[in-house]
Write a protein that binds this ligand. Structure first.
Ligand code: DAH
Length: 352
């Protein structure tokens, strides 16, 4: 019986040694320590042993059982370690490889500039009013005092949108943000027709012109229109507001000048120049040796335009301006080609 126990132990340990995976371990456990294993049959037949044999065989059988259980636990740990080592080997990371750069998005330079402009205007009390990009001829031109066939229309070549024959009022892509003036005034008047409220708004947005695309002109660009309407508003208010804006935008020391100009929707009209920030006014290529850079058009709202907006020009007056954020960025950063803005070249965009 003792020999049998020794044989069971020896052969079990031998076969255990060859095991390298969990399934074989399970099978080994069942065949070696399971209920119908040879070792267990020794325990089952224990009762048949003589009084003298019992303690000897009992001690020996228990020793074998404990030894085999210990061997199993040890082997199980080894199998587990081997599996772990293998998976680590397979999933090996080369931590010395340089990582892949994640490109983080950013706001388009035009949007950044638009926001700068609007933030300054907000501080100055101008509320944002957005108006439609697709307009009628009536809003884009006629209500702004461009009569039909007026030569001033030639300054703003137009994309027409086909939508049936609308006679003298075709649908078009707005050529400037100025039609928003009419819409804003009419909306304000509608809130109180007897006594319309004063207006102080900034109108940002995309404008479209049917032009040859060159380094200096694009078929689309942003504008920020300003409009103030109320009682006793004078040209002095216009000058003060523009001067304040220019200093907040281009720096406390920025010098500016007003030049008489013409727009159908303002009277009088002016264009505003700032001293060239490239040469400081001495004259250079950017300012074409004039020392000045034009940044916006402005004027006192024409009585006809006030009337079209629903404000009585005998009681109300106002001023307006229009400026281009892309143009400001070009001047500021010496960008010599406007096509970069919509060219979507990240090498350009990443610089802002
Ligand atoms: N709408 C003009 C343009 O696109 C810019 C402009 C000039 C707007 C004078 C104004 C203004 O409101 O008063 O060329």
């Amino acid at each position: 019986m003792l020999d049998k126990l020794n044989d069971i132990e020896k052969s079990a340990l031998e076969s255990l040694d060859a095991i390298t995976d969990q399934a074989a371990l399970d099978a080994w456990r069942i065949s070696t320590l399971g209920r119908s294993s040879p070792l267990m049959s020794v325990f089952a037949e224990f009762g048949k042993l003589s009084k003298e044999e019992k303690p000897v065989i009992g001690v020996a059988a228990n020793r074998v059982k404990v030894a085999l259980e210990a061997a199993l636990a040890e082997r199980a740990q080894a199998v587990k370690n081997a599996a772990l080592a293998k998976s680590l080997e397979e999933e090996k990371l080369d931590v010395t490889l340089p990582g892949r750069t994640k490109h983080i998005g950013r706001l388009h330079p035009s949007t950044q500039q638009l926001r700068r402009v609007l933030a300054i205007l907000a501080e100055m009390g101008f509320q944002v009013y957005t108006s439609r990009e697709v307009e009628t001829d009536e809003m884009n031109f006629q209500m702004l005092n461009f009569p039909l066939h007026h030569p001033a229309r030639d300054m703003q070549d137009t994309f027409f949108v086909e939508a049936g024959d609308r006679g003298d009022n075709p649908i078009l892509m707005r050529t400037h943000t100025s039609p928003g003036q009419i819409r804003a005034m009419r909306e304000a008047v509608a809130t109180n027709p007897q006594n319309p409220p004063p207006i102080r708004i900034a109108l940002p947005g995309m404008c479209f012109r049917y032009e040859q695309i060159t380094a200096r002109s694009e078929i689309q660009f942003n504008q920020v229109e300003g409009l103030a309407v109320g009682k006793n508003i004078t040209f002095a208010d216009l000058k003060g507001t523009i001067a304040d804006f220019v200093r907040r935008m281009f720096g406390e020391g920025a010098r500016l000048r007003f030049r008489a100009s013409y727009f159908p929707f303002t009277e009088p009209s002016a264009e505003v120049d700032v001293e060239c920030f490239v040469c400081g006014g001495k004259g250079c290529q950017v300012c074409k040796n004039s020392g000045w850079l034009e940044i916006l058009g402005c004027g006192m709202v024409h009585p006809v335009v006030l009337q079209n907006g629903g404000y009585d020009p005998k009681i109300y007056s106002g001023f307006a301006w229009g400026m281009g954020p892309e143009r400001q960025l070009m001047l500021r950063n010496k960008i010599n080609d406007i096509r970069y803005f919509w060219g979507n070249d990240v090498r350009f965009l990443e610089q802002f």
